[in-house]
Design a protein around this ligand. Structure first.
Ligand SMILES: *Cc1c(COP(=O)(O)O)cnc(C)c1O
Length: 486
């Protein structure tokens, strides 16, 4: 590599900032000479203007095209991030969301002109109710965490209406990090519930902690170890006995669609992550959608406006005196609702069930084939994801971070690492239902190669990645002293 720096050899193309590329006087267009007097439309805008670089058209096109090749996405390769459901989403659903009637509809159009959009929202709510056995749904929240906030605000409003101010919220150690954060944001003190040697909550641990000052419990099910909370019915009963409510974090619904109805096992309020389970890519900071479903007792508190059907007309209704109000401007991220609607209709009930079955099968296949290579934190049948650790590699001085970085050299996006916190050095893999057996086998074999390297030449892992454009980053410095100018 001498004489080269990363990204300057072969066809991995490096790219400076536009400001570094520009040359004064260069131009991206040519126009005939002006044959009328120049007029200034707005004095306020006169002057030099911002200091944009001068570039030719091809420089600008290449700049952005090169940058686009630096991305890794689920359209590029397997993306086994646990707790994220990075599955491939059928392009046909993108296409539906791009239809002019949907994409160009203005949110302030009168109801008479938006009957189709309102019908879509109404029907999507019915689908989500059917899938979960809940009584009513709001499509407003913009993300999973936003759904949690919505749900917990409703829980608060419910207790308040009964003349009770409760101060605590039970949150198991296997919850997603957003759960205690959402509880705290609504003024509740999170009370941790430990995890048993089986990787799930024990009924006694909930019984000991649940009291009349506790608003309820937030349960991620399947939990962040990828395990189903088998005691959930009993846990719900204990919480209800003390007047509390059960929040179900449904972000992992990809594992249980068509198999588990949250409403029937005692969940009072839950959110969905349409941008995990229902055909919108997750991550990258794009818009999300976290609809919330509730049972009958919480329905009066749902955000407004609500979509209602009267004979064949759809209306937006705001006259709910107990509503917690609006959670979003307008009605949520409509484009994502279209994708979810299209996905559910094209899959059908049986198709969704099959997707979950395959997601679970794929995760268990990985778990079984790798459990002799990597330490399996909880040796149980898993749901959609499995959690290993670096305990077997410790003696070679190799950590989870090194393993994850080495995967990049072999063309894989690393899985989630160091989460959940209950597993030291966690390596959390969620293959999803959309990967082929060949790709999963390739991933498994690659991890086995990396485990061999860890033993025989650990320095390979310590220096990884070596084949990428950027080598190992100093993540602490990147967080504390970010260099934003390139
Ligand atoms: C992703 C996730 C969330 C948060 O969802 P966002 O849309 O990222 O806010 C909450 N809980 C679980 C279990 C998740 O996996």
């Amino acid at each position: 590599m001498s004489g080269y720096s990363q990204g300057e050899s072969g066809l991995i193309l490096n790219e400076p900032l536009l400001w570094e590329k520009g040359k004064k006087g260069r131009c991206g267009f040519s126009l005939p000479a002006c044959d009328v007097d120049e007029v200034c439309f707005d004095e306020a805008l006169a002057g030099d203007g911002p200091d944009f670089p001068d570039l030719s058209e091809v420089e600008v096109v290449r700049h952005y095209t090169r940058l686009s090749t630096w991305n890794f996405g689920v359209d590029t390769g397997m993306y086994p991030l646990g707790s994220c459901t990075m599955k491939y989403n059928p392009k046909v659903n993108e296409r539906q969301a791009g239809l002019t009637g949907f994409a160009d509809a203005h949110p302030l159009l009168p109801e008479a002109r938006t009957q189709g959009a309102l019908k879509l929202m109404y029907d999507l709510e019915q689908f989500l109710k059917e899938l979960t056995g809940m009584a009513a749904v709001t499509l407003q929240p913009a993300a999973g965490a936003h759904g949690e906030l919505t749900g917990i605000l409703m829980m608060y409003a419910y207790h308040k209406k009964r003349g009770e101010i409760r101060t605590k919220m039970l949150v198991p150690d296997t919850a997603h990090g957003t759960n205690p954060a959402s509880g705290a944001l609504c003024g509740y003190t999170p009370v941790p519930v430990p995890v048993s040697e089986e990787g799930i909550m024990r009924v006694e641990d909930v019984r000991e902690r649940m009291d009349e000052e506790t608003a309820g419990i937030m349960v991620t099910n399947p939990n962040t170890l990828g395990l189903f909370e088998k005691n959930i019915r009993d846990i719900c009963a204990i919480v209800h006995e003390k007047g509390g409510l059960v929040y179900g974090d449904g972000a992992n619904l990809n594992a249980v669609m068509g198999y588990v109805k949250m409403g029937e096992i005692g969940v009072d309020v839950m959110h969905f992550n349409l941008h995990k389970t229902f055909s919108t890519p997750h991550g990258g900071g794009g818009p999300g959608s976290g609809p919330v479903a509730v049972n009958d007792i919480l329905a009066p508190f749902l955000p407004v406006p609500r979509v209602e059907k009267e004979r064949d007309r759809y209306r937006l209704v705001t006259t709910y005196p107990d509503s917690i109000g609006r959670m979003m401007t307008f009605y949520g991220h409509f484009g994502i609702l279209v994708r979810a609607y299209s996905y559910i209709l094209s899959m059908g009930g049986e198709g969704l069930k099959e997707a979950s079955a395959h997601a679970v099968l794929n995760a268990n296949y990985i778990k079984e084939r790798l459990k002799d290579t990597f330490h399996l934190a909880y040796d149980q049948t898993c749901m959609h994801e499995c959690v290993f650790s670096d305990a077997n590699q410790e003696e070679f001085g190799v950590t989870t971070l090194d393993i994850a970085k080495r995967l990049i050299d072999y063309g894989f996006h690393p899985p989630t690492i160091y989460f959940p916190l209950v597993v030291h050095g966690a390596l959390m893999i969620e293959p999803t239902e959309t990967e082929t057996k060949e790709d999963i086998d390739h991933f498994i074999n690659t991890l086995k190669v990396i485990a061999r390297e860890a033993k025989e030449s650990p320095e390979l892992l310590k220096n990884a990645p070596i084949r990428s454009k950027v080598r190992r980053l100093d993540e602490t410095a990147a967080a504390r002293k970010p260099c934003l100018s390139g």
